[in-house]
Design a protein around this ligand. Structure first.
Ligand code: FMN
Length: 175
């Protein structure tokens, strides 16, 4: 696991090749194995591989979502707010679990933040995605994970760059 974490970087440029069905099946299994508070599993997931829909999703925000138009797959991570008051945490865990699984499968991925972001002055990114994919209003949109075969190479973050000063022992200590 630590080797996976050492090499993982956000990948925003993808080859046009589709993701094999067996790998998509593993991504689905990983999503459904995500732990959730009290085992309530408040999440729902929409797997998008339709090009036109990916292009539409890439316009969810003014910045930071463009790359989705070239992803082979976008996983829209949804949480039912009626099912859990901590759906944000549960959906965040599912988001990172699917990212790490993608990495393990030789795929690249990047998180697109949707919750609390805006599509325009009039509508939020969340409302935009809800309208586009016919999602009811109590099914909240946390993120979209863009996935595909990497078309960029990124160096791992060097160990010397890790902020070990953020880790304390037994008690918080002002630096
Ligand atoms: C909660 C969260 C939201 C993010 N939102 C976006 C986003 O909307 N667009 C984007 O391009 N990257 C997004 N990222 C990716 C971060 O920019 C990236 O993880 C960070 O810069 C560190 O780079 P690394 O993942 O390559 O280590 C997000 C990451 C997290 C954890």
């Amino acid at each position: 696991m630590i080797n996976l974490l050492r090499k993982r970087r956000s990948i925003r440029s993808y080859k046009p090749s589709p993701i094999e069905d067996e790998k998509v099946a593993i991504l689905k299994e990983a999503l459904l194995r995500s732990p959730s508070s009290r085992g309530f599993n408040p999440w729902e997931f929409i797997l998008v591989d339709d090009k036109q829909t990916l292009v539409a999703l890439s316009r969810a925000k003014q910045h930071g979502s463009e790359f989705l138009k070239n992803a082979s797959l976008g996983i829209v991570i949804l949480g039912n707010e009626k099912r859990s008051d901590v759906w944000v945490e549960d959906c965040s865990i599912a988001s990172i679990i699917v990212q790490l699984t993608a990495e393990d499968l030789g795929l690249g991925s990047c998180w697109v933040q949707i919750r609390k972001r805006n599509h325009s002055d009039e509508i939020s990114s969340e409302q935009y995605v809800q309208q586009l994919l016919q999602i009811p209003s109590h099914i909240r949109v946390l993120s979209i994970i863009g996935i595909g075969y990497p078309n960029e190479k990124k160096e791992p973050v060097a160990e010397q760059k890790l902020q070990f000063n953020k880790i304390y022992h037994n008690m918080f200590k002002e630096q």
